[in-house]
Structures are given as C-alpha cells and as structure tokens.
Design a protein around this ligand. Sequence first.
Ligand SMILES: [Zn+2]
Length: 91
Amino acid sequence: MSVMTKEVYGLTVERDPQERLGPDDMVAVREAEFLHRALTAAQAAMHQPALPRGRCGNCGEACAPTALYCDDDCRDDHQRRLAAQRHTRGR
Ligand SMILES: [Zn+2]
C-alpha cells in the first residue's frame, strides 16, 4: 500500500490514494481543516506582543500609566501600521 503525503496548513497529512471519501467523510475533513485554520489564526492573534502601558506604542513618549498611546492620533497611526504589516505578511 503506497501512502500519499501532503502538506496542509503546515501539517503533514498521509492519505492512501486508493481511499475514496464519502460525503460525510469529506465534511469531517473540511471541518478539521477549517478548525485548524481558525485555531492557527487565534493563536497568531494571541501571540501578538502586548504593548507596554504607560508609554505610547507609537511615538514612545511617556503617557498616562494605563494608556497604550498618548493620544488618538498615535493610536490610529499605530493600528494602521500594524494592519499594513499584517497585510504585507499575507494574512
Ligand atoms: Zn504617541
């Protein structure tokens, strides 16, 4: 029996090429792929570095002790830059 290996979303999947999946099996496969993608996206979001509080995440100036940014302009600027970085990395 030869086994076909395939890389799916960073996971190596082994499948017997003779195997034919029925509709219910296809649903299970699709569901597993969807869950894996959702989990990966959630983990990536959780591992974004947390911004230190008390210092502006955009310009580095000291600001209110619990604030992430010194003002709304800096917040908008920084979030635009983060969104641009995410776009560049292809997500
Ligand atoms: Zn600032």
